[in-house]
Ligand binder design. Structure first.
Ligand code: FMN
Length: 200
């Protein structure tokens, strides 16, 4: 037996809660942007986030409604995706508070920043990975906007590398589940892909 739901009968809010409970776990892009004044540094978590293209490298995140993380990118054409690590859970959550546009979350929450190499928005100093992006395009879909960013530089902290590769046990990324749930990486399995050997 299954329970059936349709967006029409459930309504947008309830269907959104259903979707975010079943499209799980979602990685979290901790997105930093700069307001057009060039001073106010904005920071907010976005779990509607993934890789959009590998060559050229493009990542995407979705903003529901009109938020600073969208307006700033539209106005300045740049953003940074900082990996959201487990030890910073409280700080990441605090940056999801909807502060007014002239109040940057870096200052409001007390997040240490460091300069980026290729773009103007700062990186989160305590995050092990920063993907510096220039705006590729945006796509309006209903009440949301998908932001595509070309990754022009990746900065990875040396101490999370094992044999030259970012190590999951050292990155400790957080993920978003349904409602107010968060999760951490569980058991990690390694399994090689099986090549096609032709019909038998
Ligand atoms: C873990 C987490 C994930 C979130 N993911 C998204 C998302 O994908 N899209 C979105 O629009 N808001 C998302 N939010 C809410 C925004 O972070 C929140 O509205 C924030 O205040 C937006 O900041 P801004 O106005 O500075 O852009 C998320 C919140 C949390 C705590």
């Amino acid at each position: 037996m299954r329970v059936d739901y349709s967006p029409e009968s459930l309504g947008a809010g309830a269907f959104y809660r259903l979707l975010t409970s079943v499209v799980v776990p979602r990685p979290i892009a901790w997105v930093s942007t700069l307001a057009p004044d060039g001073e106010t540094a904005n920071l907010a978590p976005h779990s509607f986030f993934t890789v959009a293209c590998t060559d050229p490298p493009v990542v995407q995140y979705t903003v529901v409604g009109r938020k600073d993380s969208l307006r700033n990118v539209e106005d300045t054409g740049e953003f940074v995706v900082n990996l959201a690590p487990e030890p910073l859970l409280a700080e990441i959550n605090a940056t999801a508070t909807e502060f007014p546009r002239d109040q940057g979350e870096f200052d409001a929450v007390g997040i240490e920043r460091e300069p980026s190499l290729r773009v103007r928005p700062p990186r989160v100093a305590a995050s092990p990975v920063a993907l510096e992006c220039t705006l590729h395009s945006t796509l309006r879909l209903g009440n949301s906007t998908v932001v595509f960013g070309r990754v022009v530089h990746a900065a990875v902290r040396e101490d999370v590398l094992v044999d030259g590769r970012p190590d999951i046990g050292r990155l400790r990324p957080l993920a978003r589940l349904g409602g107010n749930e968060w999760s951490t990486v569980g058991e990690v399995h390694e399994l090689a892909r099986v090549p096609y050997r032709g019909r038998v």
